[in-house]
Design a protein around this ligand. Structure first.
Ligand SMILES: [Zn+2]
Ligand SMILES: [Zn+2]
Length: 89
């Protein structure tokens, strides 16, 4: 919880249904109850996220899966450019 916030509720309530919250969204830290939490993630690690993040989750997970491949491509490209630079000079 950011200490800068002057508003400190006595209890934490779900941002969706205002039931007593069970935890925070793993992605955006929104306070959510068990009913509104959506389990997401792969087989390795499950994470409870809010409905909003679950709706956007597919794209984010997809990007995360592609990130190493994109990094590898960037590295290969950089290597090729480096070789081209060395051989041309
Ligand atoms: Zn709820
Ligand atoms: Zn969230």
């Amino acid at each position: 919880m950011p200490s800068a916030s002057p508003f400190q509720p006595d209890d934490l309530y779900c941002v969706y249904c205002h039931a007593q919250a069970d935890g925070a969204c793993a992605t955006c830290q929104a306070i959510i109850c068990a009913q509104c939490a959506v389990l997401t993630g792969g087989t390795v690690q499950l994470a409870a996220v809010c409905k909003t993040c679950a709706g956007q989750g597919r794209g984010a997970v997809g990007l995360r899966q592609w990130a190493p491949i994109l990094l590898l491509l960037a590295a290969v490209l950089a290597g090729l450019l480096g070789v081209a630079y060395i051989t041309s000079s």
